[in-house]
Design a protein around this ligand. Structure first.
Ligand code: GRF
Length: 188
């Protein structure tokens, strides 16, 4: 029997990657549990998903924190209180402070909707589409102090078709994200 890894998942929005992780755990193909979900956004749909599956969740808004590190201290405290071993960024729209990364060295994973190191930052799909690349995709990597940088764990390639729009391409990339994120966590 594989050891169950205790995950802390950080989200800001829809949480379709969270859903994919939940689905893999529930069907027994990912030996993990989600100890805590943290959202910086009180209206993130990801919170509904967590509730539906009985996953504990914390909303940590930005108000009342003097700076990024103070905010991150609160998040780290919450993750530690739930015994989190691996932090999974699933559409968490904040850059982590060095304090956060030092608290979980090589234990923070991120997913990005492009083939890094190309097209980091926001709207990776649009950047790739506008550039006119013939192949794009997605990347799971360990997070470091840069924006979408750090050692790569898995990538999936998605061809760009002539008929694609940014939306159709993004949809196909997202499908691959849902496949490779649970796979990367399993590797861990
Ligand atoms: C994904 O495209 C992911 O690559 C990026 O943010 C998006 C999150 O989507 N980091 P979701 O909230 O998991 O649906």
């Amino acid at each position: 029997m594989a050891r169950i890894v205790n995950l802390g998942v950080l989200v800001s929005g829809s949480g379709s990657n969270l859903q994919s992780i939940i689905d893999h755990i529930e069907k027994g193909s990912l030996p993990a549990k989600i100890g805590i979900l943290v959202s910086n956004n009180p209206s993130a749909f990801a919170l509904e998903r967590a509730k539906k599956h009985g996953i504990p969740a914390a909303v940590i808004g930005h108000a009342g924190f003097a700076n990024r590190e103070d905010y991150d201290r609160k998040v780290v405290e919450t993750l530690n209180a739930h015994g989190v071993e691996l932090v999974v960024l699933a559409g968490f729209m904040r850059v982590l402070s060095p304090f956060f990364l030092r608290s979980f060295p090589m234990r923070v994973m991120n997913i990005h909707p492009a083939l890094l190191p190309s097209f980091p930052g926001t709207h990776g799909q649009k950047q790739a589409f506008d550039y006119g690349v013939k192949f794009s995709g997605c990347t799971v990597h360990f997070a470091d102090e840069g924006v979408d940088t750090g050692p790569i764990i898995i990538q999936a390639v998605v061809p760009v078709c002539d008929a694609d729009t940014e939306e159709t391409l993004s949809g196909r990339i997202l499908k691959e994200e849902h496949r490779i994120y649970p796979q990367a966590i399993r590797l861990y």
